[in-house]
Design a protein around this ligand. Structure first.
Ligand code: AMP
Ligand code: ZN
Length: 458
């Protein structure tokens, strides 16, 4: 089956073809680096990693851009409130620049721990201020802007197609607008450039044709994607929350300036749902990869957990379901380990597996194919070779997994080997005797699909 993907813009699954040759340009909206990423944020980057691995498996050459929002993302989507970065400086005592560097590195480390492939380019909003200003100058020349006392705004009513991505009822929104419009003319108008508050010096501010200040949040993505991928590229992605505001506004800016809808496919990862209080990056009390690590769940357990749901369905988080993912993954590792060296692949399984993935990244169904393989009667070396090919998408590092063994004295190792031999010849009495001997030396044996696992007796 050829690759088919769901496009939010057209609200349907349609065949994917690159715009140019076999090259695919992807832009993924990156994190706002004022705090650690929570595991919800990371689910979105895992979805994008799945997409990229599937594109690569289809033979495409992928150019993948992730931006770093290190300025201009305000606490309110109505372009009021504080810059999240400035808030972060108050919370931590770091400068805005230190804060950005610290949380960018923490984010990149999280992605690496999750086995998420690094993008081709990381780009920071603060490194592209002149590109953003140029973009806004062009919008101004084309008549899409107006100024208020606090900034320069995009006049959303000038653009007929405004809001198409989210199927926004723009007039209805305006009529029912309970949010304060302030000096904005229309509820969907948004800031392109904000002025520094009078009499106040921000840590991050720049001169512009309109006054000293900083860029609005959406303009960085229109300007940087144009720079790295051109005015119209293959796929733009992000979390579902970006559909009604951030991506709607990116499209508006690019349509007004370049006449394109920015990307051929718009793809969105759905949310990880959990206790609201535990998911707010602004309160500081939320689940990170490190926090779940302290509870005994490795990053790859979280990766496996996310693979069990389709990217277009919301997923509820609980420690019980994470525990179930851990059990399943451990079984997969141990079983695969027991198969030894890989032989030749089973093409039938691989075809079924990739057909599921090419069907709009249906990972839950692809995982079911993996478990059918595990339970099948195929020889171990065939299963191993096939599973390792599946792991090019799963990203669970199955080839390098080794049983967590404690260091044991040679004497114990000999007894364990002898016991394995006794078990192989079904000599249960001998096997029990050898187990007792190992226990007497202070070690326990657990029989797993990957072989005998030895630990110290408490
Ligand atoms: P932010 O750092 O807030 O700009 O968000 C980074 C990414 O995480 C964006 O693509 C968001 O859409 C996404 N995101 C935010 N919350 C969640 C969540 N609970 N589940 C999945 N993705 C999320
Ligand atoms: Zn963006």
């Amino acid at each position: 089956m050829n690759l088919q993907l769901f496009d939010t813009y057209e609200r349907k699954v349609r065949p994917f073809e690159p715009l140019v040759d076999n090259k695919v340009g992807i832009y993924a909206c990156g994190p706002t680096v004022y705090n650690f990423a929570h595991i919800g944020n990371l689910r979105t980057y895992l979805f994008e990693d799945l997409l990229i691995r599937v594109l690569v498996a289809n033979g495409y050459e992928v150019n993948h851009i992730i931006n770093i929002t290190d300025v201009g993302h305000l606490t309110s989507d109505a372009d009021t409130g504080e810059d999240k970065m400035e808030l972060g400086t108050k919370r931590t005592g770091m400068t805005a620049w230190e804060l950005a560097e610290f949380y960018t590195e923490a984010f990149q480390a999280d992605l690496a721990k999750l086995n998420i492939l690094a993008p081709s380019v990381w780009c920071k909003a603060t490194d592209h201020i002149s590109e953003q200003i140029e973009f806004v100058v062009d919008l101004e020349q084309k008549g899409y802007t107006y100024a208020t006392s606090d900034g320069l705004y995009f006049d959303s009513r000038k653009l007929k197609s405004y809001g198409h991505l989210a199927r926004l009822d723009v007039e209805g929104l305006q009529a029912g607008a309970r949010v304060k419009l302030g000096e904005r003319r229309f509820v969907t108008d948004f800031a392109l450039w904000k002025f520094s508050p009078p009499g106040e010096q921000r840590q991050m501010e720049w001169d512009s044709p309109w006054g000293r200040g900083f860029p609005g949040w959406h303009i960085e993505c229109s300007a940087m994607s144009a720079k790295y991928l051109g005015d119209y590229f293959d796929i733009h992605c992000g979390g579902e929350d970006h559909i009604p505001i951030h991506h709607t506004n990116e499209i508006a800016q690019t349509e007004a300036s370049k006449g394109t809808r920015l990307a051929n496919f718009w793809m969105h990862g759905y949310f990880l749902q959990m206790d609201k209080a535990k998911m707010s990056k602004s309160t500081g009390d939320f689940l990170t990869l490190d926090v779940i690590g302290e509870r005994g769940f490795s990053p790859l357990v979280y990766r496996y957990f996310c693979l069990t749901a389709h990217y277009r369905s919301q997923m509820s988080f609980s420690l019980e379901s994470l525990e179930a993912a851990k059990t399943a993954l451990t079984r997969l590792y141990e079983t695969a380990f027991s198969w030894g060296e890989p032989g030749t692949v089973d093409e039938g399984t691989l075809t079924r597996y990739f057909d599921c993935l090419n069907d709009d990244l249906n990972m839950p169904r692809a995982l079911a194919v993996v478990w059918e393989l595990v339970r099948s009667n195929l020889p171990g070396d065939v299963k191993k070779a096939t599973l390792l090919r599946c792991d090019e998408i799963l990203g669970l590092d199955i080839a390098n997994w080794e049983m967590d063994q404690v260091d044991v004295p040679d004497e114990v190792e000999e007894l364990v080997k002898a016991r394995e031999a006794a078990r192989a010849s079904k000599d249960w009495a001998q096997s029990d005797e050898l187990r007792d001997a190992v226990n007497k030396l202070g070690y326990a044996i657990e029989d797993t699909p990957g072989g005998a696992k030895i630990s110290t007796l408490d």
